[in-house]
Write a protein that binds this ligand. Structure first.
Ligand code: DAH
Length: 353
């Protein structure tokens, strides 16, 4: 009987060695240790054995059972480990991939069109001696409105639907909000420097807008400001025309209309010929052939004063370029919502590095 048990163990060992699935291992376990399994069948004849034989066979049978159970556990654990390793191998991300390996696989990264335009405009202004500034998205009422000559009861507050934070504890006039324009950086920039100076400040702004082909709740502006002595409207027009010419690589038709913004006096709206439809009329220009691109004007004395600049001695101009509109014009994009969509079919059209 002992021989039978031992030869059962030998055949179990050879069978289990070739198994790679957990279910097969469990079936094999049942084949040997189950109620009608080989070992159990052998042990059934134990009842006919003598007491002496039983004393010998009993411990041997237990030993063989234990060996089988141990082998089953080990094999199951190995199979599980192999499965995990296979999965890891299959989902592996090779962070050591180099540019030329990606090139071979034809996988390209690229900049978002907004980034491309922003970098281009930044370069143009840097070459004209402007600094590039940054500012916080979460602003106080002071920087976003008060200091820009828009007091609490001013109707101009309605021009920009604002996302306010609920912070009851802050003193009146200093509530927090998501900045509605990059003009906030006019004040921050003035406070930090002495005239003459000129800077731009590109960034994201937020409005509680109803979205359509030309309106988004989150969009990009680029603020610009130049302060010094004897700055005039012709300086403003020169810089604007120069910038647009560099961006579009050709002369772009522009028109100047009077525009009202509390932080400039006089204020203007600079429109450009719609570059998507060449002025024929489309959804971007709302069928009028012109696109409002660049509100601007001469900085209001109250704003200079709020920024710590003496309006008796200095003056300046400011502008707020709609960066998303510019992206749309430059690439012929007919709906602003594409920019924010995160849709790779859209994004991957812009491959430049
Ligand atoms: N901050 C204005 C807006 O978002 C745009 C603007 C208008 C900026 C006139 C300026 C300016 O600097 O001079 O609607």
């Amino acid at each position: 009987m002992i021989n039978k048990l031992e030869s059962a163990l030998v055949s179990f060992k050879s069978e289990i060695a070739s198994l790679v699935k957990q279910a097969d291992v469990l079936n094999l376990k049942a084949k040997y240790l189950g109620k009608q399994g080989e070992i159990s069948e052998i042990l059934k004849s134990l009842k006919d054995a003598t007491v002496e034989e039983k004393k010998l066979i009993g411990p041997k049978a237990n030993e063989i059972k234990d060996t089988i159970l141990k082998l089953v556990d080990e094999t199951l654990a190995n199979i599980e480990l192999n499965e995990i390793n296979e999965k890891l191998q299959a989902n592996r991300i090779d962070i050591s991939l180099t540019d030329d390996m990606l090139e071979k696989k034809n996988v390209h990264g690229g900049f978002h069109p907004r980034t491309l335009i922003r970098q281009e405009v930044e370069d143009i202004f840097l070459s004209m001696g402007f600094e590039v500034l940054d500012g916080p998205h979460i602003e106080t009422e002071f920087y976003n409105f008060e200091a820009l000559n828009i007091p609490g009861d001013h109707p101009a507050r309605d021009m920009q639907d604002t996302f306010w934070f609920r912070d009851e504890s802050s003193p009146e006039g200093n509530k927090h909000l998501l900045r509605t324009h990059t003009s906030t950086i006019q004040i921050r920039g003035m406070m930090d420097r002495k005239p003459p100076f000129k800077f731009i400040a590109p960034g994201t702004v937020f409005r509680c807008e109803r979205t359509d082909a030309s309106h988004e709740m989150v969009f990009q502006q680029l603020e610009g400001m130049m302060v010094g002595e004897n700055i005039s409207v012709s300086n403003l027009i020169y810089f604007m025309k120069q910038t647009l010419k560099e961006i579009f690589k050709r002369d772009v038709e522009v028109r100047l209309r009077p525009g009202f913004f509390p932080f400039v006096e006089p204020g203007f709206e600079l429109d450009i010929r719609c570059q998507v439809c060449a002025g024929k009329g489309c959804s971007v220009c709302k069928q009028v052939g012109w696109v409002e691109l660049l509100p601007c004007g001469m900085v209001h004395p109250n704003v200079l004063r709020a920024g710590g600049v003496d309006p008796e001695k200095y003056n300046g101009f400011a502008f707020g370029l709609g960066l998303d509109r510019l992206v749309m014009m430059k690439y012929g994009i007919e709906d602003i919502r594409h920019l924010q969509s995160g849709d790779l079919r859209f994004n991957s059209q812009f491959k430049e590095y």
